[in-house]
Ligand binder design. Structure first.
Ligand SMILES: [Mg+2]
Length: 180
C-alpha cells in the first residue's frame, strides 16, 4: 500500500542516525526538516541533542540545508546560532519542489549523495521521493500537531508498520515503532 512513499530508513530521533553510517553510504548532503524533527512545533529553539548532532555533522563536513514550511522569522530564530553554517529554506512549500530545487542548485547538492530527513510522510518523504533523494523518517518530537496533521498521523502509523513488515523501510537504532 502506497509503497512508493516508503522511506529508506526509520529512526526514532535524528540523533539516532549515525553520521558514520551516512558517510559509509556515501551521503554528503543533508536536507533536514525543522518542525518536530529538530525543534518542537511551537518552540523557538532546537532540542539540545539535535543541535549538538547538527554541529557534529557540520564538523564532519556534511553540507546542511534546513527546511521549514513555517515562516522565515521563526525558522531563523530557531536557527540563529547556526545561520552562518547552514542554508535555511522557509517557507519551503513542501512537498512542492520549487524552493527546494532552488536551494539544491544554490548549494550544489548532487542528489545521489543527498538524504532528506523529516517527520512527515506526506510532506518530507513525498518531497524526498519527488526530488529523487534518499529519505529517513523520524518520529515527531512533540505529539502536538495541527488537526489535519493528526489525521494523517494515524494513516502514517499504519503505513510505516506495513513498510517495515515488508522490508521496504529499514529501522535504525532506537526505532522501536509500533501501531498504537
Ligand atoms: Mg516536521
Amino acid at each position: 500500500m502506497l509503497g512508493f512513499l516508503a522511506p529508506d530508513y526509520l529512526a526514532e530521533r535524528i540523533t539516532d542516525i549515525s553520521l558514520d553510517f551516512l558517510s559509509k553510504n556515501e551521503i554528503r548532503n543533508l536536507i533536514i526538516d525543522l518542525d518536530n524533527t529538530l525543534a518542537k512545533r511551537d518552540a523557538d529553539f532546537l532540542e539540545g541533542d539535535c543541535y549538538r548532532w547538527l554541529k557534529e555533522a557540520k564538523r564532519k563536513g556534511f553540507n546542511l540545508m534546513i527546511v521549514s514550511n513555517n515562516w522565515q522569522l521563526r525558522a531563523n530564530r530557531a536557527l540563529l546560532d547556526l545561520s552562518n553554517e547552514v542554508e535555511v529554506i522557509a517557507p519551503a512549500g513542501k512537498p512542492f519542489l520549487k524552493r527546494l530545487k532552488k536551494g539544491i542548485k544554490r548549494m550544489n547538492f548532487d542528489r545521489n549523495f543527498t538524504v532528506f530527513i523529516g517527520d512527515q510522510v506526506f510532506t518530507d518523504i513525498l518531497g524526498a521521493k519527488r526530488l529523487g533523494v534518499k529519505s529517513i523518517l523520524v518520529l515527531p518530537l512533540s505529539s502536538y500537531d495541527l488537526p489535519h496533521t493528526r489525521f494523517l498521523r494515524k494513516i502514517e502509523k499504519k503505513l510505516i508498520s506495513r513498510w517495515i513488515e515488508k522490508g521496504k523501510t529499514q529501522k535504525l537504532l532506537g526505532s522501536d515503532y509500533k501501531v498504537q
